[in-house]
Design a protein around this ligand. Structure first.
Ligand code: HEM
Length: 217
């Protein structure tokens, strides 16, 4: 079919904008961590806070799998948070901060509204000590998570993260320190940055996940 050139231009412009509107390129990039040997999908926010996720190669049908979260933040960041369900409320949140000169903290929370999220017991984080540190410029937290890909209860219902597809996670960070850095139950004030990056987890699959995690404990 031959269209007048003006009309053809309009048609191609329309199809381009439709494609832009409906295709979601991932915001994450592949990253391999030297300390653990794990492969991650990695996203860096505007203030240089980096959020990485690694998963095992074999995904159980139950959607219950261990994950690894690695967060690298400039020392000027008071706390950095990661939302496994992509929004602030009703999903497991990991809140990480530096405590003094040699300890990092990861605290499991859930938000039921737009206020300081209380502790969330069902989700468990275990620090991978060999890949967690504080230095002169940054702190880094690497931790396994149990319960970060499937959560819920009879009241709020159950949610599963389908790691075989691109996944939208959420993050938040603040320049202000938490109120009691030595206490993993500390309160803290609102973020000054949030986002909803899309992760391509096909690059974050690890054949020898359990062995690499065990070696980094
Ligand atoms: C004292 C603690 C916190 C307070 C008072 C707070 C408050 C708020 C408020 C008022 C909004 C804006 C809602 C809107 O305009 O639509 C918001 C959005 C958001 N917050 Fe928080 N927040 C806190 C902690 C956190 C934490 C720990 C995370 C962890 C990742 C987080 C993640 C987000 C995200 C991703 C959004 C964007 C909207 C959404 O996806 O739900 N927040 N928060």
């Amino acid at each position: 079919m031959h269209l007048p050139s003006g009309l053809a231009g309009l048609v191609s412009l329309l199809s381009l904008s439709r494609r832009d509107e409906f295709s979601f390129e991932p915001d994450s990039h592949p990253y391999e961590d030297a300390a653990t040997g794990l492969k991650f999908a990695s996203y860096a926010s505007d203030r240089g806070v980096i959020y990485r996720v690694a998963i095992p190669a074999i995904i159980p049908a139950s959607a219950e799998l261990d994950t690894v979260l690695q967060v690298v933040a400039p020392i000027s960041i008071g706390w950095a948070g990661f939302a496994w369900g992509g929004t602030m409320t009703y999903n497991p949140l990991a809140i990480m901060w530096a405590n003094g000169t040699n300890n990092v903290v990861v605290s499991s929370r859930i938000a039921y509204g737009y206020y300081t999220p209380p502790l969330y017991e069902p989700t468990k984080y275990t620090l991978l000590e060999k890949a967690s540190f504080i230095n002169a410029t940054h702190f880094q937290v690497t931790a396994t998570c149990k319960g970060c890909t499937k959560w819920g209860d009879d009241e709020m219902g159950y949610t599963e993260v389908d790691v075989s597809q691109d996944v939208t996670f959420g993050f938040a960070f603040s320049s202000n320190s938490v109120d009691a850095p030595e206490d993993s139950e500390s309160s803290f004030a609102i973020h000054d940055g949030v986002g909803h990056p899309i992760y391509d987890l096909s690059v974050a699959k690890n054949d020898d996940f359990a062995a690499k995690v065990a070696a980094a404990l």
